[in-house]
Design a protein around this ligand. Structure first.
Ligand SMILES: [Zn+2]
Length: 186
């Protein structure tokens, strides 16, 4: 083999191996393993449960599994629920994670029910704006349990956000310093 061909081959092998190692390092840093031909991880696409077991303290509601929430939000929800239980408050998860598709279906349903996108927005947001799709929002029922969460005033990272939705709470580590002023509606 001619000298320059050998050098080119060795250089090629070094580039390929180096790229592989760098890719592996990058995937560790980013937190997911990119697979060729497969979409990268996006929380918006993660589907939440459509329904759950009956809420034991109020039959009008369900108690969904909190699956699909962002990891830190799931941990914060589990901890919130344990604190409620310790104070003899039974909390039910009426709704938590929704995928973009699930949120779109709900929004379309409200548009049909209320007659316009503007009116529907008071009750549900389109997927690109919804914090349920981002995996950081939960709807807590019954309202007695929601009231308990509201009175915690962000101590556990959970805050009520809207005047017209006493059941809707969002998580942020910043809320531990206190809840932001309520907005009139979504
Ligand atoms: Zn909500």
């Amino acid at each position: 083999m001619r000298g320059w061909i050998r050098i080119a081959l060795v250089a090629g092998v070094v580039v390929v191996l180096g790229g592989g190692v760098a890719g592996l390092w990058l995937s560790r840093v980013i937190g997911y393993e990119p697979v060729a031909g497969q979409a990268t991880f996006q929380i918006e696409g993660v589907v939440g449960p459509d329904t759950g077991a009956q809420c034991p303290v109020d039959k009008r509601y369900v108690d969904e599994q909190p699956t699909g929430l962002r990891d830190d939000v799931l941990a914060a929800y589990t901890s919130l629920r344990a604190k409620a239980t310790a104070e003899k408050v039974t909390m039910c998860l009426q709704d938590g994670k929704r995928s973009s598709r699930q949120q779109q279906a709900q929004f379309d349903d409200y548009v049909k029910r209320f007659g316009s996108r503007e009116l529907a927005r008071n009750y549900a947001l389109p997927p690109e704006e919804s914090n349920h799709v981002k995996g950081v929002a939960v709807d807590i029922q019954p309202l007695s349990a929601a009231g308990w969460v509201e009175r915690s005033a962000g101590k556990y990272g959970w805050c009520r956000r809207y005047e017209n939705e006493p059941w809707h709470f969002e998580y942020s580590p910043d809320y531990a310093k206190g809840c932001p002023t309520l907005l009139p509606h979504a």
